[in-house]
Design a protein around this ligand. Structure first.
Ligand SMILES: C[S@@+](CC[C@H](N)C(=O)[O-])C[C@H]1O[C@@H](n2cnc3c(N)ncnc32)[C@H](O)[C@@H]1O
Length: 189
């Protein structure tokens, strides 16, 4: 799927009440299994939407979480669901065109990206950006539907096998687990 301006595309969807797959118990268990406890270390959730995964990382796994999205409508919903005293820091940023030096940390023990990769226009450049945000020992957790497991009319929200090869190339460690139509990747630089 090619989206010219992601904010223009996602804003009306969020504002009209569109929501995406919730973080069910099975996915929570997988996430916990692959990601070690945060112990206050910094995490960055990219394309956080309404903040479901960011809140889980922050409150359940103990990461000090920053969550970014290009859509102001998504961030408004995320902020409204936020515990007033504690929770992720939400920030508007387009990961493809924005300046990541405005983020609170230069490096992250954990970078996550759930249900977003299929929509990224320049995937090699995106992966280079992620590598710059991950110190050695960090983890990139990416969850994405696989196009081959989706019906014809929904294939564009998933990644192709070629894109999966691009995603998993050049990491020192690649682990993955399937969850119905999705694949969850834990990648280490
Ligand atoms: C399908 S939603 C998934 C939201 C959330 N990660 C979840 O798991 O529910 C995709 C999200 O990615 C965001 N997004 C897409 N392209 C982006 C970009 N270039 N920079 C930042 N966010 C982006 C959209 O605004 C949208 O909120």
């Amino acid at each position: 799927m090619t989206i010219t301006d992601p904010a223009d595309y996602w804003d009306p969807l969020w504002a009209s009440g569109r929501r995406y797959r919730s973080l069910g118990p099975e996915e929570q268990q997988l996430t916990r299994h692959f990601l070690s406890a945060g112990r206050g270390r910094p995490a960055l959730d990219i394309g956080c939407g309404d903040g479901t995964l960011a809140r889980y990382l922050h409150a359940d796994l103990g990461y000090r979480t920053t969550a970014i999205d290009c859509s102001s409508a998504a961030l408004k919903i995320a902020q409204a669901e936020q515990n007033a005293n504690d929770g992720p820091v939400f920030q508007q940023l387009d990961i493809e065109t924005g300046d990541t030096s405005v983020l609170p940390d230069a490096g992250y023990a954990l970078v996550t990206c759930r249900l977003v990769f299929a929509f990224i226009k320049d995937k090699p450049a995106f992966l280079d950006r992620i590598r710059c945000l991950l110190p050695p020992g960090g983890t990139f957790w990416l969850v994405t539907p696989l196009a081959e497991r989706l019906p014809e009319e929904r294939k564009s929200i998933g990644i192709t096998m070629q894109q999966a090869e691009l995603l998993t190339a050049s990491w020192s460690s690649v682990r993955s687990e399937d969850l119905d139509s999705m694949r969850c990747y834990a990648l280490r630089p």
